[in-house]
Design a protein around this ligand. Sequence first.
Ligand code: AMP
Ligand code: MG
Length: 418
Amino acid sequence: MAQLSDDCFAFGGPMMSVDEAVGLITTRVDAIADIETVAVIDADGRVLARDIAAPLPLPPFTNSAVDGYAVRNADLPESAERAFPLDGRIQAGGLALAPIKAGHTARIFTGAPMPPDAETVFMQEDVRLDEAGRIVLPPGLKPGANVRPAGEDIPQGHVALRAGQRLLPQHIALAAAFGLTRLDVVRRIRVAVFSTGDELASPGEPRAASQLFDSNRFMLMAMLRRLGCEVFDLGILRDERNALADGLKQVAGSHDLILTTGGVSTGEEDHVKAAVESIGSLVLWRMAIKPGRPVAMGIIGGTPLIGLPGNPVASFVTFVHVVRPTVLALAGSLPEPLLPIPVRAAFTYKKKIGRREYVRSSLRRGEDGALEAVKFPREGAGLLSSLVETDGLIELGDDITRVEPGQSVGFLSYADLL
Ligand code: AMP
Ligand code: MG
């Protein structure tokens, strides 16, 4: 399990920028060192534990890139077309044992090995047959055309996959292309998830008239799973200091991260701070981010705790900027900075200087075909519909004070956040 010092999340300033938060997490959270070996297909979404050097070149042998006719470079027609007697036929998966004879051509198919001495392939669309049944090849083809040399993709020994890479289907393909069947990956980060609040009822249980069903816990668990975590659903803790402290204490030490939602503001019924302070250490990070309120960062017996705000949109946005980098750091993942894509604003917006704001927006095509962002019409941080009915977040940097229609703004798709 993770073992962090009690003061690891201490921060001197009054207000923390998003970049400072990510910087602090990346430098202060140590990666867990546990490795497990899984089948290549099961490594999708996992963090690779060791570098992989290509055990063979890709492609492994020189082969034809097209269906056509192979010739020697010395025989390439230069200024006029030339007829070649056909000699041999090489299919994909077949062997071309005999070298190609001077002045001859061989029928060859995509992916078939080049015969010895043949260096160039004419596409079948570019040739014709003469009356004698010979293959007539046109002039002007470059030597080596339509051939894929061994190792042109990846030379043998090249470090093609790096430790810390969060594996995507294309990385799985590469491992398979190397003939690997199993990969060493970092063990899943074990996260204990709690909601807090007397007003919450779990779906499937009775709901009192003054209660709402807990949605954040399910959103956060789904987000964590997409980040490759092993998630432990620990239900709802009541708004009571001792109950909270007991619940949290029970999971510290057996998990890599404790995640809570709700109860971290400074209201009288926000008890997470006092609860954590009674069994560990806690700081409230006041982040210069909207939506978002204070985020609690704590340590209980060496186990990190993150307390997200209760409002669903604030919870979602702060997850992306605090929980995501923490999980990636715990898993020893290479940094994955979020890179907004420029789109055209189709809305007007005013904001305060000195904080970063995220505007829930949908994308559409403008009349000229360019992508435009349309702001969700309402702003409340409790509106789940605002997340459901939009495509992503417009990121407005600290220095921006207003957005006018037509202005270029950065868009982060929900699909890219996890
Ligand atoms: P809090 O941060 O505890 O003050 O909660 C802020 C708002 O978010 C309140 O309206 C809560 O009812 C709501 N809220 C807190 N936790 C959840 C949750 N798990 N699911 C849905 N809404 C929540
Ligand atoms: Mg609450």
